[in-house]
Write a protein that binds this ligand. Structure first.
Ligand SMILES: [Zn+2]
Length: 212
């Protein structure tokens, strides 16, 4: 079987081959230094021959070994093969199948639980460390960040910090997803400059989360 999996760190995609793809994905996870799991994107029938064909089709996007950059060409191929849409989750920042099976749902909910208790994704931790180092090193810091973060990643840095405060004030775990999504909307509206949206979401937040 051929498998496509995505690294949670740099979002690169590995195209590999295994007799038992589930086991192989698990192996990679245990071999990885962080506890964050690779996201399985696609499993296809086939052996070495098909694997090398795919490596050659996507060779210009190769990063190293069996790892490829997450370019639209590869993501489109996966989408076409699975006939599945990937849904981007704004709470955790990962891609998930829009019709997940039981294992996907469990893995996804575990990923949220880890964030909820302060186990932030790698890119966010790196960002926080680099910012802090820059402030320690310079009185007026010029911050150069080597971690590649999307706008949404940076918004999550803020929203996860707000969540920690809310948690300290007694907000319950089951409110985690709603809380994160509301504050992501809040930041969207604030940055967009759309006054109407901003007022709407501010009202909603005041009603739901003010006391935290
Ligand atoms: Zn998620």
């Amino acid at each position: 079987m051929i498998y496509f999996i995505q690294s949670p760190h740099d979002k690169r995609i590995k195209i590999g081959m295994s007799e038992n793809p589930n086991l192989r994905i698990r192996d990679l996870q245990t071999g990885s230094s962080s506890k964050e799991s690779h996201v399985p994107l696609l499993v296809l029938p086939g052996g070495r021959k098909r694997e090398s064909e795919l490596h050659s089709v996507f060779k210009k996007f190769r990063s190293h070994g069996e790892w490829f950059n997450p370019v639209p060409e590869i993501l489109d191929y996966i989408k076409q093969e699975t006939q599945e849409e990937f849904k981007y989750c704004r709470v955790c920042g990962k891609l998930y199948l829009s019709t997940p099976d039981k294992i996907d749902i469990q893995a996804h909910s575990k990923a949220h639980k880890i964030i909820r208790i302060g186990g932030y994704p790698y890119s966010i931790r790196e960002f926080m460390k680099e910012m802090a180092w820059a402030f320690l090193a310079n009185e007026t810091p010029t911050v150069e960040i080597s971690t590649q973060l999307s706008k949404d990643d940076i918004k999550r840095v803020i929203v996860y910090a707000l969540w920690s405060r809310a948690k300290e004030s007694g907000l319950q775990d089951y409110d985690f997803d709603d809380y994160i999504l509301d504050y992501m909307d809040f930041l969207d509206a604030k940055l967009s400059g759309n006054n109407h949206d901003f007022k709407e979401i501010s009202k909603k937040i005041e009603k739901r989360w003010e006391k935290f």
